[in-house]
Design a binder for this molecule. Structure first.
Ligand SMILES: *Cc1c(COP(=O)(O)O)cnc(C)c1O
Length: 412
């Protein structure tokens, strides 16, 4: 029997994470299925940032670096993120963007594996991950080589020339989950290091870098961590690599004693050596609030709800969009996917635009993917029901078949 709206409302009434939605500012009358791209604003963030602006910056001025522990924030926020990704205290810093952290860690990995010129990555990895290695290879004048190939061919390509295997745990298009421990073991068997991009994993599902034995990782602050637009990203380095780790960006905040103003660079102990310039205090303050909410909710609870939302979404699409010509781009097995569902349709872009016009905010990824982020922190089951109802209406009314739905914006 087809599931009805009352049954779905019942799921919300028994949802142990239902309280969490009220901690976010969400526009009325919209269903936000893009928390995987830009997480919504936690109410605590507006307050905390305002306090830092008015009281710490506005009144205490430069003393705040000491009195409000501004200088400690990159490590403190890193330590707050650590349990979400299976890292120990002191193994994570919040700093820079994901792209810049990739640059630092790929360069550091190459230094840790001298004589090995190859960085291996799937050809459908996120664009910036590939660009960063291409740029680094050019900078290093041909001593480094990026080799890309379909993921299915990657395992066989790891060999004695491989310095680094670079993978994104959750594929940003399809949501496909790459197995953390298995790939890490494979890289290590050939003496290579592994770097995990956790952009679509951190805050969405439990990640255990320690259990996997991973070497390096990066991730985004503005997606499931709800740190706000352009939030600082994070970088992880397993403690066993800290002493040999060399950042390619020698800035004073990575120095052992920044305020000694020494002429030569001596790296700080531990993960701090990955820092470069002055930390963005407003951004770190906001990120800390987003992370704190997830920690209160518990990452295992969030994952459980995310899977339930995804299963409901799929069941509804199957029941209601019969003949809508959607093809499931995500793995059907919830254990094999992250916290998103992707559907393929030749009119994907126009359908997403028609949905946005009706208040259902998803996004589109080339060439034909409708992407729906199912962030469990603030979505209700009834939101999923209503979103699929709108999708069904868009298809039966051919609401996508209008010129204004085909116009491309800069951000899709
Ligand atoms: C979102 C995302 C990024 C973004 O990098 P920025 O430097 O923050 O713009 C990088 N990698 C992956 C896999 C992503 O999903």
């Amino acid at each position: 029997m087809a599931i009805d709206r009352d049954e779905v409302r019942d799921l919300d009434e028994h949802d142990e994470l239902a309280w969490l939605r009220a901690e976010f500012t969400l526009p009325a009358g919209e269903i936000y299925l893009d928390g995987n791209s830009l997480g919504p604003l936690p109410k605590a963030t507006a307050k905390a940032v305002s306090d830092v602006v008015r009281r710490q910056w506005g009144r205490d001025l430069i003393r705040s670096w000491n009195t409000h522990h501004w200088l400690d924030l990159p490590l403190a926020v890193g330590n707050a993120i650590a349990p979400l990704i299976g890292a120990a205290p002191g193994e994570v810093v919040a700093a820079d963007s994901t792209s810049v952290n990739l640059f630092k860690l790929v360069a550091a990995a190459l230094r840790l594996r001298p004589g090995r010129p190859v960085v291996l990555s799937p050809s459908d990895n996120f664009s910036t991950d590939l660009y960063i290695v291409q740029g680094l290879a050019e900078l290093l004048g041909g001593t480094v080589e990026l080799r890309t190939m379909p993921t299915d061919d990657l395992a066989a390509a790891i060999d004695q020339r491989t310095a680094l295997v670079m993978l994104t745990q959750v594929d940003f298009r399809t949501g496909r989950l790459h197995e953390l421990a298995g790939w890490t073991r494979l890289a290590h068997r050939h003496g290579a290091l592994i770097l995990w991009d956790l952009a679509h994993s951190a805050g969405a599902l439990p990640v255990d870098l320690a259990a996997a034995g991973a070497d390096l990782a990066v991730g985004c602050g503005y997606k499931y961590l709800n740190g706000g637009p352009g939030a600082p990203a994070f970088a992880y380095v397993a403690a066993r690599h800290h002493d040999q780790l060399t950042s390619p960006l020698w800035g004073w905040m990575g120095h052992q004693a920044p305020f000694a103003f020494d002429q030569g660079f001596t790296p700080a102990a531990g993960i701090t050596r990955l820092l470069c310039g002055t930390p963005p205090i407003l951004g770190l303050t906001a990120l800390a609030c987003g992370v704190e909410l997830l920690r209160e909710a518990g990452i295992a609870n969030l994952r459980r709800k995310s899977i339930a939302l995804g299963e409901l979404f799929l069941r509804l699409v199957q029941e209601r969009c019969e003949g809508g010509d959607f093809e499931l781009a995500s793995p059907a097995d919830p254990e094999q996917r992250g916290s998103q569902l992707s559907l393929r349709h030749p009119q994907g872009y126009a359908i997403v635009q028609a949905l946005i016009a009706r208040g259902v905010i998803g996004d589109f990824r080339e060439p034909d993917i409708l992407r729906f982020g199912l962030a469990p922190a603030f979505l209700r089951y009834v939101d999923i029901f209503d979103a699929v109802a709108e999708l069904t209406a868009v298809m039966t009314e051919r609401a996508w078949d209008r010129p204004e739905c085909r116009e491309r914006a800069r951000v899709t």
